[in-house]
Ligand binder design. Structure first.
Ligand code: GUN
Length: 281
């Protein structure tokens, strides 16, 4: 039976540390503030945004929500971002994705001041992640690295397999593992003989967005399995990209869904917001 990597508990510890850090920053006259933009009424996005606001409140970070109707034009959204870029009370800006189809996601990402880009999605920050000289680490991959550390496993020299190549998770995840001297394989929808690849992984990260996609027979005995997926398969039933029941029988350590990577992502967002407040002060 695998050890559970309980992101909920680890993130609570991190948020307690960040709460103290925020209080210390305030004594130096620095008041961190996070602007969260949500366009439209996607129910999953609403839940994520509410959780981000709650975490800000817990850590003592000011949060400013901008809830815009789904008809908002790209020009209107760009104007708001420009205002937030120039607003000294805003340390970090996050536009919850996805945005409605008539808005170009990359235009929005490109418009955010890289020094306020707490998601680390701006090309400047993406480039910095490639070189290893970065201020902001993208929140989900950063949270995964913390959980791997928590599992007691040293990435150095390990076979790491990342399933999924998104800009938000798969690609930066691969870079962070590479910076820690992992031997990284990136798999995706065109990968042939996927199970052959995943079975070689000492550290397996699943980030494909398909419920129960990775099954126990695709996992090496004793692997660390990190499940980034959050898939709602019934009104009250969330599952990951890994079939938990079969996977936990072979893995040495595994993240649960919910309560694994999800809460870590939010803790890392808080960390990036404090970093942004320091940088912009
Ligand atoms: N949508 C899903 N994950 C994320 C994230 O990490 N940041 C933003 N801005 N939107 C998301």
């Amino acid at each position: 039976m695998a050890i559970l990597l309980k992101g909920k508990e680890v993130s609570a510890r991190i948020k307690d540390e960040l709460k103290e850090e925020t209080a210390k920053m305030k004594t130096r006259g620095i008041n961190p503030g996070l602007a969260v933009i949500i366009v439209g009424d996607d129910p999953a996005s609403r839940v994520y945004v509410n959780n981000k606001k709650k975490a800000c409140e817990y850590c003592g970070i000011n949060s400013y929500e901008y809830a815009l109707p789904k008809e908002t034009t790209e020009a209107e959204l760009l104007k708001l971002i420009d205002e937030l870029n120039n607003d000294p009370k805003i340390s970090g800006i996050l536009c919850q994705l996805p945005v409605p189809k008539h808005i170009k996601e990359q235009s929005i990402i490109n418009a955010i001041n890289p020094n306020k880009d707490v998601d680390a999605f701006h090309p400047v920050n993406v480039g910095k992640i490639m070189t290893g000289d970065y201020d902001f680490v993208p929140c989900t991959p950063a949270g995964v690295m913390e959980l791997i550390k928590e599992s007691g496993i040293d990435v150095n020299g390990k076979e790491c397999v990342v399933v999924g190549r998104s800009n938000i998770v798969g690609k930066p995840m691969s870079m962070l593992l590479l910076h820690k001297n992992g031997t990284v394989t990136i798999c995706h929808s065109h990968t042939k003989n996927l199970a052959e690849k995943t079975k070689k992984a000492d550290i397996l990260v699943a980030a494909v967005g398909i419920p129960n996609f990775i099954t126990g027979d695709m996992i090496k005995e004793g692997a660390v399995v990190i499940d980034v997926g959050i898939n709602r398969i019934a009104p009250k039933k969330l599952v990951g990209d890994v079939e938990f029941e079969s996977a936990e029988k072979v893995a040495a350590a595994i993240t649960p869904v919910p309560g694994g990577v999800g809460p870590m992502t939010i803790a890392m967002l808080m960390k990036n917001t404090l970093k942004a407040a320091e940088i912009n002060n």
